[in-house]
Design a protein around this ligand. Structure first.
Ligand code: HEC
Ligand code: HEC
Ligand code: HEC
Ligand code: HEC
Length: 394
């Protein structure tokens, strides 16, 4: 091989190697924090296109007349949607069929016995009834997270019965070897959960069980330079990092979307989005404990995980790789039927975000959290694949 051929070969190899990298140029950078803080996000338009394609809101059914007889007075077995007119009720049924029923059975029979529509014996019917309550609960009691954007069944389901992103407890390869001691779920990046959750790192691969089902403390940093009683271990910090990588992946952002990395713990130096995320953690926890887990016995065995647990929700279930589901486009506003809920007693509303099992959270966090500075430079990247605003190419 002569010299010029070798150079050519080297050049080709170089191109092949570069092509193997996920983030090949051009990259668009969006600055989110003060200059010099490194608070910026890198977006690759090529990868963004795929995410954008998966984040389109579905078709909206024509609005229904809220007046007229109530569904509960016409039908026999209406428990949740008792405040809807017949028109609204049927509109919800039609939409649910589109949003949740599988492609091969996109009709009412997925949940109903067509001989007797009031028969509630199919498991899908029982689950759907609970999901209706859950969706209304999220939209009316978790505005601290979902704001007016809200959610519909489509936010998680996107046209299929099992949402694309759910989690099960994973017996994994990390915990069971008593001989060498527990690996705390670490160094198992090859398991299914590991890849999507912790980005091939060696962090503990299941941050969901402790933080999105249980309520173990997430904050680990000491508040003083010298040790004054913070007993958190490095191992605990690794679990926190594992959750943080999951949160970042789910939103398609990096750590600086929420934190100024010179001071992870500081709410003052964080973006307001971090406070939203704080509520998101509590919301996901409540959804899992109040809605998913109690449904375990309703689901057939084929839907349960390897340890017999029910499919559960994490940040990715709704966000699907984007900082706001569907880049902030709201489907919920077109579905007032899913917004209404019998208001909870005032005391219950106040008690919701507080989490007595988590000493770091509870009363102190909401007070601390909103103190975060307003986003100083650009707002969140605008809707669509190519963020504009303060964008510059590099
Ligand atoms: C994803 C599950 C699901 C699908 C699909 C579905 N339904 Fe329903 N349906 C329910 C649930 C749950 C209720 C009870 C609602 C409540 O308690 O408020 C219900 C109740 C009803 C009722 C009231 C029956 C009675 O007498 O109590 C009617 C009528 C109905 N659905 C019609 C339809 C039609 C028509 C379709 C197809 C276009 C459909 N449903 C698709 C879950 C479903
Ligand atoms: C926050 C996310 C989320 C929202 C919102 C949501 N669901 Fe679900 N849903 C889930 C998860 C997680 C499961 C469990 C997946 C499984 O079946 O294993 C599930 C399962 C179901 C199932 C059982 C599917 C099957 O074949 O096993 C039905 C039916 C269902 N949901 C209906 C609905 C309806 C109707 C709505 C809207 C009123 C809704 N869901 C809203 C997360 C969600
Ligand atoms: C979507 C917003 C968001 C993103 C992105 C994010 N975090 Fe966090 N982070 C939070 C929230 C909220 C808390 C506090 C959680 C709580 O108290 O329940 C937190 C807490 C922490 C803590 C603990 C601070 C303390 O008080 O001890 C560390 C460390 C941390 N994050 C690191 C990271 C790293 C590293 C990344 C990137 C891999 C990251 N975070 C990405 C929102 C975020
Ligand atoms: C039930 C669905 C759902 C789940 C689960 C969920 N989110 Fe969200 N999230 C939303 C919606 C809807 C919005 C848009 C609210 C708005 O318009 O400001 C949002 C907004 C956010 C924002 C604000 C983004 C911005 O640019 O202002 C952050 C940060 C966030 N979520 C983090 C999280 C984290 C972290 C988790 C998991 C612990 C999570 N979310 C779980 C539905 C969800």
């Amino acid at each position: 091989m002569n010299m010029s051929n070798r150079i050519k070969l080297a050049a080709i190899l170089g191109v092949v190697l570069l092509a193997g990298c996920g983030e090949r140029p051009p990259i668009t950078t969006v600055q989110l924090g003060f200059r010099g803080t490194g608070m910026e996000q890198n977006y690759n338009p090529r990868l963004q296109e795929k995410v954008a394609a998966a984040n389109q809101v579905g078709a909206v059914q024509p609005a229904a007349d809220p007046s007229g007889p109530l569904a509960k007075d016409i039908y026999q077995n209406v428990e949740v949607l008792s405040d809807l007119s017949v028109g609204e009720f049927v509109r919800v049924m039609t939409s649910m069929t589109e949003w949740v029923a599988p492609a091969e059975q996109k009709d009412c029979t997925y949940c109903h016995n067509i001989e007797d529509m009031a028969d509630g014996s199919k498991y899908t019917y029982k689950v759907a009834r609970r999901m209706l309550q859950m969706t209304r609960d999220i939209n009316s009691n978790w505005k601290s997270h979902v704001q007016e954007t809200g959610v519909t069944c489509h936010t998680c389901h996107r046209g299929q019965p099992v949402p694309s992103y759910v989690w099960f407890q994973d017996p994994g390869s990390g915990r069971e070897n008593a001989f060498v001691g527990t690996r705390a779920g670490q160094n198992s990046a090859v398991t299914g959960l590991g890849i999507t959750t912790i980005g091939h790192s060696s962090l503990p691969y299941d941050p969901y069980t402790p933080f999105l089902l249980g309520s173990l403390p997430i904050r680990v940093e000491g508040e003083t330079a010298l040790p004054t009683g913070n007993r958190s271990s490095i191992q605990q910090a690794e679990w926190t990092y594992s959750l943080m990588v999951h949160m970042s992946n789910s939103l398609g952002v990096n750590c600086t979307y929420c934190h100024n990395t010179r001071a992870w713990a500081s709410w003052e130096e964080s973006r307001p989005q971090r406070a939203t995320a704080w509520y998101g953690i509590r919301m996901a926890r409540q959804v899992n404990n109040d809605y998913m887990v109690p449904l375990t016995d309703v689901f057939p065995a084929k839907r349960l995980g390897p340890t017999g647990d029910v499919a559960k929700v994490n940040c990715q279930t709704c966000h699907q790789g984007v900082y706001k589901p569907y880049y902030g486009a709201s489907m919920a506003k077109d579905y007032p039927e899913l917004q209404r809920a019998r208001p909870l007693p005032e005391a219950a509303v106040e008690a919701l975000p507080a989490d007595p099992a988590d000493p770091a959270a509870g009363a102190s966090a909401p007070a601390e959290a909103p103190a975060a500075v307003a986003a100083p430079v650009a707002e969140a990247p605008v809707r669509g694949p190519a963020p504009e605003g303060q964008a510059r190419s590099g």
